[in-house]
Write a protein that binds this ligand. Structure first.
Ligand code: PMP
Length: 355
């Protein structure tokens, strides 16, 4: 650490990303990527974009994509903001809305990037208890605050919060922004996008990384009242952040236009999740009910770190998070049918050799 660093940077505890190994012969169930890949129509649209258009700059406003998102969710393009992955959209939202005199509220077991953004932007925050019950109780947020953020379904637990409970939170805090991070909502959650039509203080953030299998493309977006979108645009333009690339705009737009592929793969993944959950339960795991593309699990007889290490020896990567409240669990991304079978067989072998 250099003496020249500013105090805020010295105090920062940076986000620790999941491992992206350079060797490719691993079964990678550690960063909630989608195992199926994007639709052929998406790949064709991206290829087409690279044919003779890459010498031209992209549309800085990603108008085509905003129109496609607006049409998909039946909102107007003025209610849509796009960014390079939802992490960037979240970063702009934290700056635009949460630098307030009162603290930001978030669950005590949540997406670990939120406290990092708070450190980076000097945002004070308080946590509301989640780790005891693993479920968010909407009334825990009934106290004065400068904003609220949570993932729904939650990460890393996978538990969803009902729309009525989100509405309770939004209605009880008309003077601050309630940010609902719906990175995993397509795997069984209930979207809060309808609330954006009733309440000017709710912002819903989505990503193309998970259910649309485009993590490598880096596209995320927010939907909310035009005033909130204008705040995000103001931060983005002051920050000079990169516009989406031509390939990203083409790929994400095409993805929204292939509904049949999206529905088929999403259903396949949710079926694999339920099958894997049952297999893990049969092995003695405590499996938190999940509305996401991952499972949050714990085994009473074997420590999570030990299980993760034993799986790694068998070339299977899962996530063992260091956050308080998560250290005793593994977060396992849902892979293909074969990957899930491989994982279940490996866990069976590890547990029986330890017995
Ligand atoms: N929100 C949550 C809850 C996540 O788990 C992730 C993925 N790590 C993101 C946002 C960011 O996803 P991306 O930047 O790929 O859109």
């Amino acid at each position: 650490m250099s003496k020249l660093w500013s105090p805020r940077v010295k105090d920062l505890k940076p986000y620790v990303p999941g491992e992206q190994p350079r060797i490719t012969n691993l079964t990678k169930l550690n960063t909630n990527e989608n195992p199926y890949g994007p639709s052929p129509a998406v790949l064709a649209a991206m290829r087409e974009e690279t044919s003779d258009k890459l010498r031209l700059y992209p549309d800085p406003d990603a108008t085509r994509l905003k129109e496609a998102i607006a049409a998909y969710y039946k909102v107007t393009p003025a209610e849509v903001f796009t960014g390079n992955g939802s992490d960037e959209v979240l970063a702009h939202a934290f700056q635009a809305f949460f630098c307030q005199d009162l603290p930001l509220l978030m669950p005590d077991l949540t997406y670990s990037f939120y406290p990092v953004y708070c450190g980076l932007y000097g945002i004070q925050y308080e946590t509301v208890p989640l780790s005891d019950t693993k479920g968010i109780v909407a009334t825990s947020y009934d106290r004065p605050c400068g904003g609220i953020v949570f993932a729904n379904p939650n990460a890393p637990t996978g538990l969803p919060l009902a729309l009525s409970e989100v509405e309770h939170i939004v209605r009880s805090h008309p003077d601050c922004v309630v940010l609902v991070d719906e990175a995993y909502v397509d795997f069984g959650g209930e979207t809060s996008i309808p609330l954006t039509q009733k309440y000017p203080n709710v912002l819903v953030v989505h990503t193309f990384s998970k259910s649309r299998s485009l993590a490598g493309l880096r596209v995320g977006y927010a939907i909310g009242h035009p005033d909130l979108i204008a705040g995000l645009e103001r931060v983005k333009n002051s920050f000079n952040s990169y516009p989406l690339s031509r390939v990203a705009i083409a790929g994400a737009t095409a993805s929204l236009q292939d509904e049949a592929y999206f529905q088929e793969k999403r259903a396949q993944l949710m079926a694999s999740r339920e099958r894997l959950a049952a297999q893990l339960q049969a092995l003695g795991f405590d499996v938190t009910p999940s509305a996401t593309n991952f499972l949050f699990v714990q085994h009473p007889q074997m420590a999570a770190g030990k299980l993760a290490a034993a799986l790694r020896e068998r070339a299977i990567l899962v996530r063992h998070l260091s956050q308080p409240g998560a250290q005793h669990h593994l977060r396992i991304s849902i892979g293909t049918h074969d990957e899930c079978e491989l994982l279940a067989a490996a866990l069976k072998e590890i547990l029986s050799s330890a017995a």
